[in-house]
Design a protein around this ligand. Structure first.
Ligand code: FES
Length: 147
């Protein structure tokens, strides 16, 4: 079936691939999600929530470093069971960014750059975003990996 989708003309496939796509897309998404969570849990960047209880509260944040891996993060609980993590050092200079609960974004206190929860720049002077990390939870631990 996949060969037909690629090799035949566009008009003749409009009806058939729709059924095939709906059948094939769901398992792929599930597989991807499963792989992604497995990959996340396999990472060695682990945060103990008992050591960082502030991350159990919505809006709670912490600067967490993994010196052996040269990783330095701002981790934020943005909703129930939903955390984000971005590189903690502002791309404009050498300041540690902070969570700004009032605007639900990451702010640099030095020159007021503002970053979205995925690390992208909302407002300069920073021109480059912050590296985003994926966070997943298992029991009392958060597992972190580059997104
Ligand atoms: S160092 Fe962050 S905005 Fe300048």
């Amino acid at each position: 079936m996949p060969e037909q989708e690629v090799a035949t003309g566009e008009d003749s496939e409009i009806d058939e691939p729709k059924e095939d796509d709906s059948d094939s897309v769901e398992p792929e998404e599930e597989d991807t999600d499963t792989e992604t969570e497995e990959e996340c849990l396999a990472q060695n960047l682990v945060i103990s929530l008992s050591e960082h209880p502030e991350l159990l509260e919505i809006g709670g944040s912490a600067i967490i470093s993994f010196p052996d891996q040269f990783v330095h993060l701002l981790v934020v609980c943005i909703a129930a069971e939903h955390w984000i993590a971005v590189w903690k050092i502002c791309s404009h200079g050498n300041c540690d960014v902070e969570w700004d609960e009032a605007v639900a974004a990451v702010r640099c206190p030095c020159h007021d750059s503002l970053f979205a929860i995925d690390g992208s720049v909302i407002e300069g002077p920073a021109e480059t975003g912050l590296k985003e990390f994926m966070v997943c939870r298992q029991a009392d631990q958060l597992f972190v990996r580059p997104a």
